[in-house]
Design a protein around this ligand. Structure first.
Ligand code: NAP
Length: 254
């Protein structure tokens, strides 16, 4: 599809600025940005599940600004059960709330989960849940709370994540902010569905716990996900690293 003239710095800058829109138009899939917060030694949650808060206030506010620019925020059932998060934009001003996507194979999201309460700033949002095993009773209870449930099973009995991304593109999601635990992050990475990593690193060492993703174990270094660093910035006491998965932004080159 011809959306802009080629070979001009302006065209490239415009594509970068609207990376999610171009991703959806050209690839029929959102731009997937995986946000993670970890200690300097890569621990994203302690052995007992605690992860709030690894990073400081400034990094958390910065994370909310990235949520705010996304069309939707996505998490997994593990994070819903452990943290009972709202996943709305609270720490920065926003004219709208991103929609919320929950990957929940067996529809185990508790009916009293906080995510069903009104989002911050009194702004509406949709809640889209994707499951792999349909259950009429659970579906009706969740629908009564305002969620829209879609069953998209994969051959392995989990949610078909690639099909879900296409469905989200049909719902006009340009940028998708993935904010899940290491298991769902690992699934996205293994299936080659992550475009960019947004990683906050705290100046502390937490030792053994959950890592950033459950990718692997790999036998060969060359089998790792290769990234290109885009930027490294200090945000409060923490570092923010943005890195792109190699080759994922080729569609921007026209
Ligand atoms: N530091 C951070 O940035 C950060 C961010 C979010 C959460 N966390 C922490 O992460 C921990 C939770 O981690 P987690 O890994 O359990 O949570 P999660 O990644 O949010 O969700 C895990 C669940 O996702 C499901 N899953 C994985 N691949 C799937 C697929 N293709 N389709 C459907 N479901 C799939 C699995 O369910 P099944 O077993 O049913 O397949 C798995 O139990 C908590 O301690 C939380 O505090 C940290």
């Amino acid at each position: 599809m011809e959306l802009l003239p080629h070979d001009s710095h302006t065209a490239r800058a415009v594509r970068e600025l609207n990376i999610g829109f171009f991703s959806r138009m050209i690839r029929q899939s959102p731009w997937v940005r995986m946000k993670m917060a970890a200690s300097l030694d890569g621990t994203s949650a302690l052995h007992n599940g605690k992860s709030q808060w690894i990073t400081g206030e400034a990094a958390r506010a910065d994370g909310h600004a990235w949520r705010a620019r996304a069309c939707a925020v996505l998490t997994g059932i593990g994070t819903v059960l452990e943290d009972d998060p709202m996943l709305d934009v609270r720490l920065v001003d926003t004219p709208r709330q991103p929609h919320l996507v929950i990957v929940d194979s067996r529809l185990e999201t508790p009916l009293d989960a906080r995510l069903f309460s009104p989002a911050a700033h009194g702004l509406p949002r949709q809640i889209w849940m994707y499951c792999a095993v349909d259950d009429e009773a659970k579906r009706s209870a969740l629908t009564a709370l305002g969620a829209q449930v879609t069953c998209l099973p994969s051959a392995t009995g989990k949610v078909d994540l690639a099909a879900m991304l296409q469905d989200l593109a049909r719902r006009e999601v340009n940028e998708l902010h993935l904010e899940a635990g290491h298991k769902l992050n690992g699934s996205f990475l293994r299936e080659g569905l992550v475009d960019e990593c947004l990683v906050y690193l705290a100046p502390k060492l937490l030792g053994k716990g959950a890592g950033l993703s459950s990718l692997g174990p790999l036998d060969r270094l060359e089998d790792g996900t290769a990234l290109d660093f885009q930027s490294v910035d200090r945000v409060g006491a923490d570092l923010r690293v943005i890195a792109r998965v190699q080759g994922r932004d080729h569609f921007l080159h026209g």
